[in-house]
Design a protein around this ligand. Structure first.
Ligand SMILES: [Ca+2]
Ligand SMILES: [Ca+2]
Length: 340
């Protein structure tokens, strides 16, 4: 009878052990007995993240596996260092004093130590002939803030591409900044560009011979000073017409000192020549002397005036000589007739 009771007690103890063991694993002890407090499922802006955890029963070994790599033995909380940018996962394992292996949940987290990469597509490093220039850019990752600075002025917050408007003639520069979701501030390269909405300046238009003395034998050389301090002078053309006929273009040649020159050919006596000078800068701003309010014209006159002058001089000289001789003759005759 006693032996039977002892056997029943043994069976009961055995069942208790089995049930206890079964309940431990049934409760998921591999998960529940270790809780990772750090890292959490978020994005970190540094490459070092604390690894801290709680183990709910005595242990004789503990370690972790980062990104499914081999276990690293530790003695307690530690720091995960030199983490690369990107996604990571970590699990903490432990052996209790009975040799049972336990584990935590897998925690996924992300490292982002890199500033956003920003590329400005527009404006480009060139001169624009308009006062409004698109500001187009690409940001290589999701960001929480974007702004730009024009000519080193305060940042202007934007959410998308915009137009830089009201730009005055001259040089400008712009940079775009962006902040990613964990505070890494990135900046684009500075883009330098210019605006030129002003046509060239045309001054000092001079012709030789002058407009009052162009003979049929004369070519007319026309000089003009043409300046564009922003994008520069692309070309200067002289257009002339004779007696209101078709306009004939003559490309003006660039001389030293911003002086441009062209030659109008000889024309017959009586031809009326009108000419205009047209200048364009390197971004297409054009102007002509008519628009500036200047009219240039001349007639082709005969060489008669100079011949007439010579003839008149000769006639006057002859008349003077004749007058002098006549006067002397009358004087001599009077003296002779008064003799006794
Ligand atoms: Ca980033
Ligand atoms: Ca210009």
């Amino acid at each position: 009878m006693k032996a039977k009771i002892n056997f029943l007690i043994f069976i009961a103890l055995l069942l208790a052990i089995c049930i206890g063991t079964a309940s431990m694993y049934a409760e998921g002890s591999l998960v529940l007995k270790i809780e990772i407090l750090s890292p959490i499922e978020t994005t970190y802006s540094t490459d070092s993240v604390p690894l801290s955890f709680i183990v709910f029963e005595p242990i004789c070994w503990i370690g972790y596996s980062l990104d499914d790599q081999m276990n690293v033995t530790i003695t307690g909380n530690t720091t995960l260092t030199d983490l690369s940018d990107g996604m990571h996962s970590i699990v903490v394992y432990a052996n209790d004093t009975a040799g049972n292996m336990m584990s935590s949940d897998t925690v996924h987290f992300t490292i982002d130590t890199t500033s956003p990469t920003i590329a400005i597509i527009s404006p480009e490093n060139k001169t624009y002939a308009v006062t409004g220039v698109p500001l187009d850019f690409n940001v290589a990752e999701p960001v929480s803030w974007i702004g730009y600075s024009l000519n080193a002025q305060a940042n202007v917050t934007v959410t998308e591409n915009v137009t830089l408007s009201g730009l005055v003639d001259g040089g400008h520069h712009v940079a775009v900044y962006a902040n990613d979701t964990v505070g890494n501030m990135g900046s684009s390269a500075i883009v330098y560009f210019s605006v030129d909405t002003t046509p060239p300046d045309i001054t000092n238009v001079v012709q030789a011979p002058p407009a009052s003395n162009v003979l049929p034998t004369d070519e007319v050389r026309v000089n003009a000073t043409v300046v564009d301090n922003l994008s520069g002078v692309k070309y200067v053309t002289l257009n002339y017409t004779t007696d209101n006929g078709a306009w004939i273009p003559v490309e003006m040649a660039s001389l030293a000192g911003n002086v441009w020159e062209a030659t109008i050919p000889r024309f017959p006596l009586g031809t009326n020549v009108t000419y205009v000078i047209i200048a364009e800068d390197n971004v297409g701003n054009a102007i002509d002397t008519d628009t500036l309010g200047y009219t240039y014209k001349y007639p082709v006159i005969p060489e008669f005036p100079s011949i007439a002058t010579v003839l008149l001089f000769m006639v006057m000289t002859l008349l003077s000589i004749m007058f002098y001789k006549c006067k002397r003759l009358r004087t001599s005759t009077r003296l002779f007739s008064n003799k006794p």
